[in-house]
Write a protein that binds this ligand. Structure first.
Ligand code: PMP
Length: 404
């Protein structure tokens, strides 16, 4: 539609226009039922089939093995900051009932404000267990306090038998991502994980990169989670890929130690009831399902990997030109930046405001950086088209020419 503009927002973010047109029909009449999707019972056979189909689309597109369940929950990424701690501590208690609570170790990799927020929540909920830092990118930054890159592999130390190992694959605010090929310095160091601790309790926050490319070593994860509101659909649905040994009886675990787990955060009732122990986020799941069907027709995550690679390469290239001319300044070390969220400053008094105003005049919005780091943030999620990207790159080039 003509009134729509290029939306580079960080989340909630753009959705494919064709999906929105179809969703509008579903709002009036879902799959021929005569009832709209926001009005129909989640216990109807039509929605029951739909939620299973949507979970299967995720399974298919990410090659999720039969060792793992695909679940839908609510509460967003923040809900999972709590849930992963509660469920995995419960698992550890059942596996090692005689261990003193302070010997249950939660290992956190800190690379930005989102992993830091998850770490802070773990400290609130640890209940006697020990929360430790397995790596911190700030220790390797130029000023000793910024999340401006990834920790080097030599900066990681993991505990031998942890209850949880946590990392955020894509830091939406600071703009770093473990995006390198496995084994290279910008990949997650899977080779450093403990090898004699049985099935590893490895948790990956994929909130802002889910479905943007294949997930490296998916099968080696205990839990991968993501809020839908970046690459997949509207806010309200949280997607989980959980290995079956992490779906435990939290009440049996509470008899050993810790506090009872709120039932809305325990994984087992979701796994036992097709993600519907209670009312799920019906509308958000519906629209996510439409996006997944469209993805499949286009070629799935391998298609998006190439598509997103092209987009980010164009933006990083012009950013580098702007740096050479003293107009832009990246907030992330070269080669360690995210494919999804590119963050940089515009040098000079009032230049940032001018950049944003100029972008808006040309029909581009959502470029203002997060309030905690300032500057510009370009989010290039799946629904951001190549045309929008080219439009932004052309504008950045004009801006460089004008300023220098
Ligand atoms: N993790 C990451 C990487 C995020 O980008 C966000 C939100 N932008 C969150 C967690 C928190 O998610 P929510 O707002 O759904 O609680």
């Amino acid at each position: 539609a003509e009134s729509r503009i290029a939306n580079f927002g960080a989340g909630p973010s753009a959705l494919p226009e064709s999906v929105l047109v179809e969703a509008a029909k579903g709002l009036l009449n879902f799959n021929g039922t005569g009832i709209g999707i926001a009005e129909i019972s989640h216990r109807s056979k039509e929605f029951g089939a739909y939620i299973k189909e949507t979970a299967n689309l995720i399974r298919e597109q990410l090659d999720v093995p039969s060792t793992h369940e695909v679940l839908f929950m609510q509460g967003g990424g923040t809900g999972q900051f709590s849930a992963v701690v509660l469920n995995l501590l419960a698992r550890h208690r059942l596996l090692h009932p005689d261990l003193p609570e302070h010997d249950r170790i939660l290992d956190y990799v800190l690379t930005g404000s989102w992993s830091k927020a998850a770490y802070t929540e773990a400290m609130r909920l640890a209940h006697g267990a020990t929360v430790r830092i397995a790596a911190d990118s700030r220790a390797h930054s130029a000023d000793g306090k910024s999340f401006d890159g990834l920790p080097p592999h030599s900066g990681f130390t993991f505990s031998p038998n942890p209850a949880l190992i946590y990392y955020c694959e894509n830091e939406t605010v600071s703009g770093t991502q473990f995006a390198g090929e496995e084994g290279t310095p910008t990949s997650f160091p899977f080779h450093l994980l403990p090898t004699d601790a049985g099935l590893l309790p490895l948790v990956g926050d994929y909130s802002s990169s889910f479905m943007s490319r294949p997930i490296p070593r998916l099968a080696d994860h205990a839990i991968i989670y993501a809020g839908a509101q970046k690459n997949l659909g509207p806010a309200g649905a949280t997607i989980l890929i959980v290995r079956k040994d992490c779906i435990v009886d939290v009440d049996a675990a509470a008899k050993i130690g810790g506090a009872p787990v709120p039932i809305s955060l325990a994984y087992r009732p979701y796994a036992a009831n097709d993600s519907m122990p209670n009312t799920p986020s019906v509308l958000a799941i519906y629209i996510s399902g439409l996006v997944l069907k469209r993805n499949k027709a286009l070629g799935g995550v391998r298609y998006y990997e190439e598509f997103n690679r092209r987009k980010k390469e164009k933006v990083y290239e012009v950013l580098k030109e702007g740096e050479a001319r003293g107009v832009f300044k990246s907030k992330v070390r070269e080669g360690e930046g995210s494919w999804m969220n590119i963050v940089f400053g515009v040098l000079g008094d009032g230049a940032e405001a001018r950049f944003l105003e100029g972008a808006e005049l040309r029909g581009m919005k959502g470029l203002k950086g997060h309030r905690s780091v300032g500057g510009i943030r370009v989010s290039l999620y799946n629904a951001v088209t190549e045309e929008w990207t080219d439009q932004l790159v052309a504008y950045m080039r004009d801006f460089i020419a004008e300023q220098s």
